[in-house]
Design a protein around this ligand. Structure first.
Ligand code: PSU
Ligand code: MN
Length: 290
């Protein structure tokens, strides 16, 4: 196995992006990693088998089938027993990748604290507290309660780093008014992670990588789309796991595909940064694995 390996999740493929574009993007992300000299392994459950690294055909099926479950850590054993096809969220991907010795994971956005009356808090946050890994994302999406999400991450002892920013990026927007600790280099990120290992501190280093400038969506524009999407969510009485996929598809609809295009660009950007971090880690040969 190549040393320079990173994990990719599959929920964004099966439930986050429209078909059949999702299949192309899943393949593109793996190719971008290859061009950058590392190997990206997509994690999913294929007919009950937990897999790290999918074949082309498995990616196609995962993207196009309409019976694909969405599983966090809690639901992994259910998908296995039911011999189901399942897409793994950030939490499930982290747990499985970590069991396979992978230390870096690139995704689009993490789950967080939803703004609904119920206590809808993503399993992602618990897993970030638990599993030591570098997770590269563009921040939580502003459909979440951003302040509550950041507070919760802090409570859970997750190390949050803004990459070249001291303000929380929130997926489609490059910055909010929520302060985060800034780092300016890949070597600083690697050093912080390795220090976490050396001090035997559990939990992840969450790297927040702002969406590329050209693909940012303005606050005002997004606020309008978000309002519509959330009204429809209420009307449709969607709860639990399908909240995020529902909101994503509504946003794609009302924005005429603009949110999808931005989503793709930030995914590419995150895979690229994750590869740079993997390379940085692999250069520090003397270190023992965490
Ligand atoms: N945010 C996005 N797109 C996504 C997700 C989050 O912008 O596709 C997915 C990720 O897989 C994340 C999951 O782990 O949604 C969180 O779902 P929940 O809120 O049900 O925990
Ligand atoms: Mn939830």
């Amino acid at each position: 196995m190549s040393e320079k390996v990173l994990a990719l999740e599959s929920t964004v493929i099966a439930h986050g992006l429209p078909k059949p574009l999702n299949v192309q993007i899943a393949q593109l992300l793996e190719e971008i990693a290859k061009e950058k000299g590392c190997e990206a392994k997509t994690v999913a459950i294929i007919a009950g088998n937990v897999k790290v690294g999918l074949t082309k055909e498995e990616i196609v099926q995962l993207g196009l089938r309409d019976d694909v479950m969405k599983v966090g850590v809690a639901e992994i054993p259910i998908a296995v027993v039911k011999k189901a096809w399942a897409a793994t969220t950030v939490s499930a991907t982290m747990r499985i990748a970590s069991m396979h010795g992978i230390e870096i994971f690139a995704t689009g956005g993490i789950g967080g604290v939803h703004d609904t009356k119920e206590w809808d808090v993503s399993q992602d946050l618990i897993e970030l507290a638990r599993t030591r890994m570098i997770v590269v994302c563009a921040g939580p999406k502003s459909v979440l309660n951003l302040r509550a999400t950041v507070e919760m991450l802090e409570t859970l002892q997750v190390t949050i780093l803004g990459y070249k920013t001291d303000k929380l990026p929130a997926f489609f927007v490059r910055q909010t008014d929520i302060p985060v600790q800034r780092v300016d280099s890949v070597s600083e990120i690697a050093e912080i992670y390795l220090t976490k290992c050396r001090l035997n501190l559990s939990g992840s280093v969450l790297v927040l990588n702002p969406i590329p400038l050209d693909h940012e969506i303005s606050d005002r524009e997004f606020a309008e789309w978000e309002k519509v999407a959330k009204e429809e969510l209420k009307r449709a009485r969607i709860e639990g796991k399908m909240v995020t996929p529902f909101l994503l598809s509504k946003l794609a609809e009302v924005s005429n595909g603009k949110t999808v295009r931005s989503n793709i660009e930030l995914l590419k950007n995150n895979v690229s940064l994750a590869c740079e971090i993997v390379s940085e880690l692999s250069q520090r040969e003397s270190r023992s694995k965490c």
